[in-house]
Ligand binder design. Structure first.
Ligand SMILES: Cc1ncc(COP(=O)(O)O)c(C=O)c1O
Length: 389
């Protein structure tokens, strides 16, 4: 099935990579809206941003959506809302050790201290059994990440949050369209932050959005995205400059129209590749879908098993030479990112996250990847394994 949009860009050189990591769909109706915005010269936040927010909220079945300039800003603004709910600077927000570094950076940018919890290599997500150990009197929120679009353990997380009177901010940057026990990911916590960066299912090229069912939180988010403005020109909070513009919103409106097609193509690709990797189970742990969930596929994670007999680097190099682009499966932020050394954690403190990083990679399964490309990937893996026997 071809998506009804012009293929405009891939994230890597198509000449070098037969199977590129990411893609972006820009629809013809988005081009028309962009032209109109340019003609009227109303290009900063206006009616298209509002339309995009309303459509996004409707898609997720929530009351409010507030568009901002990136997924990182979406995370940071959602955290900063908590200052209106009794939080103080340096208070703690619990996040998984394994995630894109933006999650940790956003917590710091909002003035909080990130406190990390290890993940499971089988789910890639925060291990709920380890959360209560790190709760202190300064903890204000838990921010689970639905990595690769696989839902975090939301029942357990919401239960812990309720018991300890904490807020839950879902980092759903990579999880558009994912479902957990028939509920849309992003509609379960108090707020959820999405990235609209080009690699994601709904994109505005650069951008982010926070959704919530709480109109007060939404008003605070609107204030925070414009330096804490309230009324015409009063500044009530320490805010950010994180507004979305009309051009970005126009692309987002086009993407919402084809959201169902993009999601279903990505899900077909995910489920097909899970099947294709079954013969390689002795060597790799790959992302899996459990009966209680629907993954909103961002990419396909592949972790080399301990006794596989080869390294992740050997595997990635082979695949890259075969034209399959990939990215590392992130890092254990507190122990593998130098810029977090100030937290005083040491290698070995987050063994599962460190394992995923040292042994894991992820490859594209986006809407411009066809079944024959996935057959090609599986054949390349089989050929690689032959070289190791
Ligand atoms: C888990 C996670 N959180 C936050 C972000 C930040 O999003 P952005 O790149 O739009 O700032 C990303 C980016 O993809 C992400 O993967």
């Amino acid at each position: 099935m071809k998506i009804n949009a012009n293929k405009s860009a891939t994230f890597s050189n198509k000449a070098k990579f037969r199977v590129p990591f990411g893609t972006v769909s820009i629809t013809d109706d988005a081009r028309e809206l962009i032209d109109r915005a340019l003609k009227t010269k109303w290009v900063t936040r206006g009616k298209y941003v509002q339309e995009f927010e309303e459509k996004f909220a409707r898609l997720f079945g929530v009351k409010e959506a507030v568009a901002v300039s990136s997924g990182t800003d979406a995370d940071a603004l959602a955290c900063a809302v908590l200052y209106d709910y009794g939080a103080r600077r340096q208070d703690e927000i619990i996040i998984p050790a394994l995630t894109f570094v933006a999650t940790g950076n956003a917590v710091l940018q909002a003035g909080f201290t990130p406190v990390f919890v290890d993940v499971s290599r089988y789910t890639l997500n925060m291990d709920p059994k380890k959360i209560e150990q790190v709760i202190t009197p300064r903890t204000r929120a838990i921010m689970p990440v639905h990595l690769m679009g696989k839902p975090a353990a939301m029942d357990e997380i919401m239960g812990i949050a309720k018991k300890h009177k904490l807020y839950v901010i879902e980092d759903a940057a990579e999880a558009h369209g994912a479902e957990y026990k028939k509920r849309k990911v992003g509609s379960i916590g108090h707020m959820a932050a999405f990235s609209l960066y080009a690699a994601h299912i709904i994109t505005t090229i650069e951008g982010g959005i926070v959704i919530t069912d709480d109109p007060r939180m939404a008003d605070i988010l609107r204030s925070l995205r414009n330096h804490g403005i309230e009324g015409k020109f009063q500044f009530k909070r320490v805010g950010f400059s994180a507004k979305m513009n009309e051009i970005e919103a126009a692309i987002g409106i086009g993407n919402i129209r084809i959201f169902g097609q993009i999601l279903s193509k990505r899900r077909q690709n995910l489920l097909y590749l899970i099947e294709k990797f079954k013969p390689f189970e002795d060597y790799f742990i790959t992302i899996k879908e459990e009966p209680h969930e629907k993954i909103g596929p961002h990419a396909f994670s592949i972790i080399v098993k301990e006794d596989a007999g080869f390294t992740k680097d050997e595997f990635v190099r082979y695949m890259e030479n075969a034209g399959v682009d990939s990215r590392n499966l992130f890092y254990s932020i507190p122990t593998q990112c130098e810029n977090y050394a100030f937290l005083g954690k040491k290698l070995g403190d987050f063994p599962e996250a460190e394992y995923c990083s040292d042994h894991g990679t992820h490859i594209g399964i986006h809407q411009d990847i066809e079944r024959e490309d996935l057959d090609y990937v599986a054949q390349a893996v089989a050929d690689f394994l032959k070289t190791k026997r």
